[in-house]
Design a binder for this molecule. Structure first.
Ligand SMILES: [Zn+2]
Length: 162
């Protein structure tokens, strides 16, 4: 699978209006010479609960403070991405992250300070608001959370996944 195909597969299951923003953002990044991989989109409540269990009731270190339903990902309203350099993920490319975030801000995609790779729907203030909205595909097929194998998602787990 090419990185483009991987990115596209992670757009499936996103809430349609948010997906449109992400596609516009992606196209604008591309036009600006930014190559990137979207490695996570929709995450089910179950997947979120499994992540939450890690480092608590399960082995490993704590990677998130969000339980199922407490992340924008659980509603198809967030993506995680990484800039690519020569086809490889470059987690430390702060300059490109800043450029991508600036383009995102113009299009209504909000970055959060503690998880650099993450962009979410800026038209919604909190997951609490999403929890009140009519259900969209909460049972959609599981999306990959895996970062590219050759890299470490250091920034993705800094102060907790959202
Ligand atoms: Zn995220």
């Amino acid at each position: 699978m090419t990185t483009r195909e991987r990115s596209l597969s992670n757009l499936s299951g996103l809430e349609p209006s948010f997906r449109k923003k992400v596609e516009d953002w992606w196209a604008e990044c591309e036009a600006d010479g930014i190559e990137l991989l979207i490695y996570c989109g929709l995450r089910t409540f179950k997947e979120q609960d499994d992540l939450y269990a890690q480092g608590r009731t399960e082995a490993g270190r704590i990677i998130t403070n969000a339980r199922g339903g407490q992340s924008f990902h659980n509603y198809g309203r967030a993506i995680d991405y990484v800039p690519l350099k020569d086809g490889k993920a470059d987690w430390d490319d702060d300059k490109t992250y800043a450029r991508a975030q600036a383009i995102g801000a113009k299009l209504g995609l909000r970055a959060i300070s503690w998880e650099t790779p993450h962009l979410e729907d800026g038209s919604v203030a909190s997951w609490r608001d999403l929890a009140k909205m009519p259900t969209i595909e909460r049972k959609a097929p599981s999306m990959t959370l895996k970062a590219p194998a050759n890299t470490k998602p250091r920034k993705a787990i800094g102060r907790g996944l959202r």
